[in-house]
Design a protein around this ligand. Structure first.
Ligand code: GLY
Length: 420
């Protein structure tokens, strides 16, 4: 089989690696890919240009397309390719609204009894500003409807922060909603669906803040590990039964069957499990710790999701642990330089998987090309061992200005780690 993976991050490098590694694929092309993908398999195609993607599929005889990021899903890439008889993995444009519109997701959750934080929605800056004057309890969560590249959510600790976010980010006539803030620990639980049936991945935990101790600005994710012990087997079943299954059934009842990855960002507070958000795709960097532990062939479950035969499969995971640590460019998530040579990639042992994200090749050498540059990943029998493998070798790889968190998986390990 020949696959085309759409996207350019660590998630997409990991998807391509896994499709080849487990024998699902004879060849995997990636558009536009990154420096981790061999030149001849990297397709320089604008991923929002669907006819260009279609032509690339025809040119390379692609059997299946796997869509990584949310934007092309929300823009309808699966509908477009399916219409052209090219099998594509992921939800349709309408189904991807579970990620593309926070308001739509809330409406589905409320209609189908999926536990989620209480909210009030507003149209336009003025109405939310009027309401904010009456809010007495902080923090509150303010969310903009629609995709906002990670910048659509603010946890406002006080009225001034709320005001600043609404004035600087909310459109005059846009949809905005305020959500109750829930104190608790977050986890990512992904399911795969064929529109009817759902299979659940083990839980993972991301680390959104830039710096150790969960401080600093929010990022796309600085590292992850799996399984996350905060979601034990009983809680995982509850997420399946109380969140993933009712959502997939609800979407079907609405006439919008959801195929693809349904990623529930959940928060746990005591025995309570609530959904903070849905994503309609694999998580990044969660994928980099889930796929190394998955026993199934990735191509089999992707095919079953597309063909509606997922009930014939059961997702299975190794009883091991995986951790990934993001090496980022200095300044990320703010401004950062690009083009810094990355050294030492050939010097890490084969116990480490290096997934590229913001890299590219320049004159045959790998240089930085983004904020999150590399995902240094290991799987081992214990989480401690996986962590030691990663942190034992990460400094072999260098680029000017790089930084990484030194406490990935700290919640599971319940103790601070030594500094570098
Ligand atoms: N890890 C966060 C995300 O994929 O959105």
């Amino acid at each position: 089989m020949k696959y085309l993976v759409i996207g350019s991050g660590g998630r997409e490098h990991c998807l391509a690696w896994r499709l080849l590694d487990d024998g699902s694929a004879a060849e995997v092309y990636v558009a536009p890919g990154n420096g981790g993908i061999e030149d001849r398999f990297r397709l320089d195609v604008n991923i929002s240009n669907f006819p260009a993607l279609e032509h690339a599929c025809i040119d390379k005889n692609i059997d299946v397309v796997v869509v990584g990021p949310e934007a092309p899903l929300v823009d309808g890439v699966v509908d477009y390719l399916t219409e052209k008889k090219i099998p594509a993995f992921g939800p349709t444009k309408k189904a991807a609204m579970l990620e593309g519109s926070k308001l739509f997701a809330k409406q589905i959750m409320e209609k189908y009894g999926v536990p989620t934080a209480g909210h009030r929605d507003f149209t336009g800056q003025d109405s939310v500003l009027r309401h904010l004057k009456t809010v007495k309890e902080f923090p509150i969560v303010i969310k903009l409807d629609g995709l906002a590249a990670g910048k659509g959510v603010c946890v406002a600790a006080n009225p001034d922060e709320a005001l600043e976010f609404v004035l600087s980010s909310a459109k005059e006539d846009g949809k905005i909603f305020l959500e109750d803030y829930i104190f608790g620990e977050e986890a990512s639980v992904l399911g795969i669906s064929d529109g009817d049936h759902v299979e659940t991945f083990i839980a993972a935990q991301d680390h959104k803040r830039a710096y150790d101790g969960d401080t600093g600005p929010n990022t796309g994710g600085m590292g992850a590990y799996a399984p996350a012990p905060i979601i034990d087997a009983a809680k995982l079943r509850r997420v399946r039964d109380e969140v993933l299954i009712p959502t997939v059934r609800g979407m079907k009842a609405e006439g919008i069957p959801f195929k693809g990855i349904l990623y529930a960002g959940v928060i746990l507070q005591g025995d309570d499990i609530k959904v903070l958000e849905f994503n309609a795709r694999f998580g990044d960097p969660e994928t980099q710790v889930l796929l190394p532990l998955m026993k199934n062939r990735l191509g089999d479950i992707i095919g079953a999701s597309i063909n509606g035969t997922l009930s014939r499969h059961s997702l299975k995971f190794e009883r091991r642990h995986a951790i990934t640590v993001v090496m980022a460019s200095g300044g990320y998530p703010g401004d950062y330089p690009k083009g810094k040579p990355v050294k030492g990639l050939g010097d890490v042992s084969d116990r480490i998987l290096v997934f590229h994200a913001g890299t590219k090749t320049e004159n045959g050498a790998i240089v930085t090309n983004g904020g999150r540059v590399l995902n240094i990943t290991a799987a081992a029998d214990t989480l401690e061992e996986a962590r030691e493998r990663v942190y034992g070798e990460i400094d072999v790889i260098t680029f000017e200005g790089s930084f990484y968190r030194k406490d990935i998986a700290h919640r599971a390990l319940k103790r601070p780690m030594s500094s570098k």
